[in-house]
Design a protein around this ligand. Sequence first.
Ligand code: HEM
Length: 389
Amino acid sequence: MIGRNPFVLAGQEWKEKRSQITPAFSNNRLRACFPLVEEVLTRFTKYIKNEHEKDKKAPLELREICARYTTDVVSSCVFNADAQSFTKENSEIRAMGKKFVEALSSFGLVQFLLTSLFPGIQKLLKMRIMDKKSEDFFINLMLQAVKLRESSKIQRDDYLSFLIELRKKKSISDIEMAAHGVTFFSDGFETSSIGISHILYELAGSKNSQQKLRKEINEMIIDENGKIVYENMLENEYLNQVFYEALRLHQPLGIYNRECTEAINLDCGNGKVFKIEKGMGINIPIHCFHRDPENYTNPNEFIPERFDPENGGIKAFQDRGVLAPFGDGQRICLGKRFAQIQVKAAIVDIIRNFELSINEKTQRPLTIEPNHLLNVKVGGLWINVKPLK
Ligand code: HEM
């Protein structure tokens, strides 16, 4: 998303960059990140327990605490740095992340609309969402992380080592390497924290789903030493259903865009045909597909069981193109698997440690902030927590 971001490239140039960076998200590398995620989880649950101890009646705002969690996870996995979002009042990395998100609520929205109408404009005008100061901050952080890794004896098959290797092979420059890291941070922390906060919110509002999931977690995901079994977490059917059902209702990015590369006549039914010209910008409003009663019965309700395997499971809806919180096709979210790890791990740890309910401070029915690019709710998502023994 930023000015020097390699992912804003289009066409062949973009295709090459994307294929170059895709192995960074291989199963082995993602697995290697998990101990870092677990470390942050410990701080996350400790923070919630402490807040509850301070004032047992005070509600918690989900978006803020989830953003602290994802900031710490992504910083740790990409920059090898502890962002200290839970322990330091003015964490520098968290402050920079906040600044970046604020930009998405003003200029970012205008930029999104402009680039979807005129796909070439971003490159032409060298548009950036992240301001120069924040961009320099993250690029320096990335370069420092590389220096530290190279001078230490730490051997870890993670994202950072992948970028260092890529630079050694001279496939990318210093700045490109840093830009990849910054992209990972900017695309990875806010989308996931919005995802986690809505999943927890829906569980807080559905006692049955919450209890059912807690049972699954305790019986199928946690081992006898109280640790999360990584493979079981990723493969658990009910957790996946909860994950997709909440993201169906509240996909962090409601619209994605494409540029038409070949003119086509689109059959709109009832004899109507719409011609899409080559070069035309297309907005795909996935949130409309997600809430269409033709696709889902009771589309506004949170019903993870609609994805039960006997109904065809999640795949049946994905195959029909009506479930795509991560986008679809050649430009599907590159961080989808990483997102599943950091989001599911947080859900598992919170649900096994706390009972959640919705606090009346939440403005219901929920409404989306009209001037924000991402799916952020007016007034925030407030919950009550009760620690479980
Ligand atoms: C719940 C969390 C997330 C959601 C819902 C999400 C959703 C999306 C969506 C809808 C797109 C556009 C896809 C399309 O146009 O077809 C996208 C693109 C992208 N996402 Fe994610 N994302 C999430 C987390 C992440 C994470 C954690 C990372 C990085 C670690 C990431 C990196 C990217 C990148 C790099 C792209 C651009 C891909 C390209 O244009 O080729 N995302 N994401």
